[in-house]
Design a protein around this ligand. Structure first.
Ligand SMILES: *[C@@H]1O[C@H](CO)[C@@H](O)[C@H](O)[C@H]1NC(C)=O
Ligand SMILES: *[C@@H]1O[C@H](CO)[C@@H](O)[C@H](O)[C@H]1NC(C)=O
Ligand SMILES: *[C@@H]1O[C@H](CO)[C@@H](O)[C@H](O)[C@H]1NC(C)=O
Ligand SMILES: *[C@@H]1O[C@H](CO)[C@@H](O)[C@H](O)[C@H]1NC(C)=O
Ligand SMILES: [Ca+2]
Length: 322
């Protein structure tokens, strides 16, 4: 017994007939429909040469149809092929297309279009890169879209409380503080990591129109000696880390407090990422940590807040971009 038969039996048994008043105010281009059972059921059909795209029937529930009428579609529309981030699946001999985007991209427009013989039902959709979260406190394991670069020798560790080695690293995160059980990321400088090993963390893509602002982050650099290094870069697709100049470098101990830093990102003409590179230089007593990153308007009184070396770099870029 199919769905339709079941409904007919239910209908006969319950005596609902008089209650059907679903609207019959639509036309099906290149097709027709027949009204049956006093307006309770519609049966759809398409003209010769057209495919029926959708359901073959509809049932009236009081005043609304169970589903929209199908479309009668055929081929003959301009060809659309997969290219770049967009992939196309053709059905009904090319009369209907479904679209998907590669990871990291989102679809703008309809994910499904169909053809009436000459025109597509909607413009061809586009895949655009997803916009990265503007800030992250690293409180969830998805790291707000930040990711470990497989080119690194090891990954940044997601941690709460102290780091495993005594005398180095933070005792708590920056977001929630001493009693908060918050999370941060750090580079584990103990074995098995070796001297020269790097951990690379990349932000999601930011769009070019999100440049011209400041990137702010908190870091924690406690341990003994000059043992590890933190570098922060602005990176674009295809660029090699070796060819880039870090926008921030730290290779010394600053103490047990979290420190804030920010730098200006000059206007870019293509999507970019922020890249944190942590390098173990010598020994296991310098676990550098980061937390609370954000991209946004530059602080007004930068001069008073950050050390002189970085103010000059910030001002230099700013002046150049004005
Ligand atoms: C509608 O009824 C007509 C006349 O009986 C028939 O030729 C046609 O095939 C029917 N269409 C559908 C979709 O059932
Ligand atoms: C997708 O297409 C349907 C009709 O096929 C239309 O009603 C709808 O507005 C379209 N959506 C977008 C986002 O273009
Ligand atoms: C297909 O749709 C376009 C625009 O909606 C319309 O101008 C054209 O007449 C339609 N063609 C057919 C064969 O229905
Ligand atoms: C932004 O962060 C939220 C929460 O962590 C996450 O669910 C979402 O996927 C992120 N967006 C992107 C584009 O990565
Ligand atoms: Ca945190």
């Amino acid at each position: 017994m199919n769905y339709l038969t079941a409904i007919l039996i239910f209908n006969a048994w319950s005596g609902y007939e008089s209650a059907y008043s679903c609207p019959l105010d639509f036309v099906i281009q290149h097709g027709q429909y027949n009204v049956t059972t006093n307006g309770y059921i519609l049966l759809f059909g398409c003209d010769k040469g057209f495919f029926l795209y959708g359901l073959r029937s509809a049932v009236c529930f009081g005043t609304v149809w169970s589903n929209p009428p199908p479309k009668c579609i055929t081929n003959g529309c301009p060809k659309v092929e997969s290219a770049g981030a967009i992939s196309v699946e053709a059905n009904y001999e090319g009369s209907q297309l479904s679209f998907r985007c590669a990871a990291g991209f989102e679809l703008i427009g309809n994910d499904s279009i169909h053809c009436n013989g000459s025109h597509w039902s909607a413009p061809i959709p586009k895949c655009v890169e997803k916009r990265g979260n503007l800030s992250c406190d690293f409180e969830t394991k998805d790291l707000c879209g930040w990711s470990h670069d497989p080119e690194g020798d090891f990954d940044w560790t997601w941690e709460t409380g102290t780091t495993p080695t005594q005398g180095t690293g933070p005792s708590y995160d920056h977001t929630l503080g001493p009693n908060g059980q918050g999370h941060y990321l750090f580079i584990e400088t103990s074995a098995p990591n070796k001297n020269g090993y790097q951990a690379i963390l990349k932000s999601p893509f930011y769009m070019a129109d999100q440049s011209g602002q400041c990137f702010s982050f908190w870091y924690h650099s406690y341990g003994s000696g000059f043992l590890s290094k933190l570098e922060v870069f602005v990176w674009k697709e295809g660029e090699k880390k070796e060819d880039l100049t870090p926008r921030f470098t730290l290779d010394y101990v600053t103490g047990r407090e979290w420190q804030n830093e920010n730098f200006y990102i000059p206007l870019q003409n293509e999507p970019f990422k922020i890249m944190f590179v942590g390098t173990r230089l010598k020994g296991h007593k310098h676990d550098i940590a980061i937390d609370d990153v954000s991209l946004g308007p530059c602080p007004v009184i930068t001069r008073l807040c950050v050390n002189v070396q970085h103010v000059s770099k910030w001002e230099e870029d700013r002046t150049r971009s004005l």
